[in-house]
Write a protein that binds this ligand. Sequence first.
Ligand SMILES: NC(=O)c1ccc[n+]([C@@H]2O[C@H](COP(=O)([O-])OP(=O)(O)OC[C@H]3O[C@@H](n4cnc5c(N)ncnc54)[C@H](OP(=O)(O)O)[C@@H]3O)[C@@H](O)[C@H]2O)c1
Length: 276
Amino acid sequence: MTKVVDENFQIADLFSLSGKTALITGGSSGLGLVMAKGLLQNGAKVVIASRRQKKCDLALKELKAYGEVYALATDVTQVDSREKLLEFIDDKLGSLSILLNNAGANWGAPLEDYPDEGFAKVMDTNLNAVFSLSRDAVPLLSKAASVEDPARIINIGSMDGIHVPIVQRVPTFAYSASKAALHHLTKAMAVELAPKQITVNAVAPGFFESRMTDYVFEHYLNDIKDDCPLHRVGQPQEIVGIVTYLASKAGSYTNGAVIPVDGGTSISKGQRDWMP
Ligand SMILES: NC(=O)c1ccc[n+]([C@@H]2O[C@H](COP(=O)([O-])OP(=O)(O)OC[C@H]3O[C@@H](n4cnc5c(N)ncnc54)[C@H](OP(=O)(O)O)[C@@H]3O)[C@@H](O)[C@H]2O)c1
């Protein structure tokens, strides 16, 4: 049996991403951009991939100050686009230590008006594309994987995949369902890919400021804080911290976990005074 014990580890090495390569889907804005900055500052080479070229270019300009970074305009729901992305990574990085499935979409509407195409779009982006990209990235991930330091797939789920969201007031049926399914997919793929030394975990964030949360922050920020036992929203570094743990040697033995980063919101139940 391979011995993996290293009793003389240095704490800085434990959390370092030096020498690692990472892909962050949806890395041009919001949480993806924040994570890209964090991974670069910690020594990883990074590729970001989002649909809009202009946003990719702007993000790339900003990220270049932090390390070796590339961007490719990509739609993760399109097979051709995903293929080009994996070829690009092979060309620029040669292997992939960390696949961060972060690109996401949402759709809110009352039940009677909720359109099939909205439901399908959210499922395609948040679930189907994650499955397809992860499956097709296995050869590149395998090149970076070892017993001592497995390759990592990190899926950005949501606390809304753990509980039924109450503060939005505009129901987001597909979003919650897609994230719950993503959490379970995470576990199924963790079992499947472990023999290849690839771990699969999910982070389930609560509320963080981004384009996706603009509307609810503007209208319901007090309710959001009220609903959270810590009475605040998340800060960017609190996502970077958990992802750094999962991507580094510190997280090598964590596999199939869904980790809430939501100040305890998903485990608290409250009757708010505005609720019927
Ligand atoms: N912010 C929160 O409070 C929160 C809470 C829980 C979970 N999350 C999750 O965190 C992730 C990031 O969201 P965010 O809050 O940072 O929102 P955001 O700022 O809207 O970021 C979403 C990113 O995904 C990209 N994207 C969307 N569809 C895509 C597609 N088909 N192909 C490639 N890229 C695509 C977007 O760029 P383009 O539009 O240019 O493609 C954008 O870069 C999502 O999975 C979201 O569900 C966020």
